[in-house]
Design a protein around this ligand. Structure first.
Ligand code: SF4
Length: 424
């Protein structure tokens, strides 16, 4: 199917070997929530996020201890063979930490600066100090405007001007205008100081979906730099996932966005990498990039005989997710595969034919048989108590045959033997 998305043209920025913008694939990124001063914990989480698919990982650099830890975190990751660019997130004191800890600055792949958090009276001077450090260390920066920490001085000036108008804009409109202005103004200052245009990424994050869409459409038109997309403070669980997905989907469909992050609030103990998987799923659902085989399953209905098909769909989805870090290396291309697990034969065979491999479990009053389809053809019908296990075996065999070594050598294996009946 032709992908109708026309990417917005932007300058390309190289983040330590990961291209962002231009023709480069849209990059998935995430951020740690460990204390950066804790070298082991932070290195572990960076590795975990990277293994889940995060192509850039951001860490906060908020004090002297964190700054001292950064080169050690980087060394640990290199020793483990983890090669992922690490981005330093600076607020309030980046103008002191970056010149004070040159090894930290050198170890980072990019600096994130929030122009609303570089000071009050000395905000431009401090901002320029960070830009000078980026130039000295040859690092790109993300100018990350955030409505929760918008440059208050600039906002107050624009609010005052608005109040003098005969027909003032709403305060929301002024705030959105100021977000765009802050991004534009900061990028102009950065270039004036000497930072090359291909060392600048921009974000203008907001927590409201319509506001985010509005402001990104404007910066996409007005600025030439790659855009980091994300709904800030998206919230928890389903709310955060849905809000982020709808906001990012609208913009990505319009070709806006060169790197994305989903800012979910995890419950204590939740897997931080969930935000990485959501980013991947957003891109894969839009047909932009493929990361993991997709499992199609029906919602079930009164025809569904038991919860068995839901359990099987869930089991297969989880199995695939767990295997992907290994499969990515051993079965290249497997991320394009579609698997269907359906509750009965009403839509089951049809959906299975459209998938690479699919199964329809028997519904109420249906014959206790589960037809399996492979590449659009009926492959065999499974019966008995071990349908799930057999289907997983057939699935693994299919993966091995189509994405493994055999594919390269052109060999084809015979279908696996099973206790089930042969193709009818
Ligand atoms: S495929 Fe069958 S079980 Fe699933 S929703 Fe449709 S009719 Fe119901």
């Amino acid at each position: 199917m032709m992908n109708p998305i026309q990417r917005r043209k932007s300058i390309q920025v190289n983040v330590d070997g990961v291209p962002v913008g231009g023709e480069a694939p849209i990059v998935v990124q995430s951020m740690t929530n460990t204390d950066t001063a804790d070298i082991d914990e932070t290195a572990d989480q960076i590795e975990h996020l990277h293994l889940a698919g995060s192509e850039l990982v951001r860490i906060t650099v908020n004090n002297d201890e964190a700054a001292k830890a950064v080169p050690h975190i980087k060394e640990k990751l290199i020793a483990r063979g983890v090669e992922v660019p690490i981005i330093g997130d600076f607020h309030y004191n980046g103008h002191k930490l970056l010149p004070g800890y040159p090894d930290m600055a050198a170890a980072l792949a990019k600096f994130r600066i929030n122009p609303g958090n570089t000071g009050t009276r000395a905000r431009d001077k401090n901002f320029c100090t960070i830009i000078e450090q980026a130039i000295i260390h040859d690092k790109p920066v993300r100018i990350g405007v955030n409505w929760g920490s918008l440059d208050q001085q600039l906002l107050a000036e624009r609010m005052d001007e608005n109040n003098q108008r005969s027909t003032p804009k709403s305060s929301k409109e002024v705030m959105l205008d100021t977000m765009v202005e802050s991004a534009r103004r900061s990028s102009e200052i950065a270039e004036d100081v000497g930072l090359a245009s291909d060392r600048i990424v921009i974000s203008c994050k907001m927590s409201g979906v319509q506001d985010l869409i509005n402001v990104y459409r404007r910066i996409a038109d007005e600025l030439p730099y790659p855009l980091h997309l994300g709904l800030t403070e998206a919230g928890m669980g389903m709310k955060g996932t849905v809000a982020s997905s709808v906001a990012l989907a609208v913009l990505l469909q319009e070709g806006i966005g060169d790197t994305i992050r989903v800012s979910l609030t995890p419950m204590p103990g939740d897997d931080r990498a969930e935000e990485v998987r959501i980013c991947q799923q957003i891109l894969q659902s839009l047909g932009i990039r493929s990361f993991v085989p997709q499992v199609t399953s029906c919602p079930g209905c009164g025809r569904t005989k038991s919860t068995y098909f839901q359990e099987l769909a869930d089991e297969i989805q989880q199995y695939i997710t767990r295997q992907m870090p290994v499969w990515r290396e051993t079965y290249p291309g497997v991320e394009e595969m579609d698997v269907a697990v359906m509750g009965c034969v009403v839509n089951g065979p049809g959906e299975s034919r459209h998938a690479n491999i699919g199964i329809s479990l028997p519904g109420t009053f249906e014959e206790p048989a589960a037809p399996v389809y492979m590449d659009g053809e009926h492959y065999k019908t499974l019966r008995g108590d071990a349908i799930g296990e057999e289907f997983k075996r057939i699935l693994m065999d299919y993966i091995e045959r189509n994405y493994g070594q055999q594919k390269e050598s052109g060999q084809q294996e015979e279908p696996v033997e099973s206790s089930s009946e042969p193709v009818e």
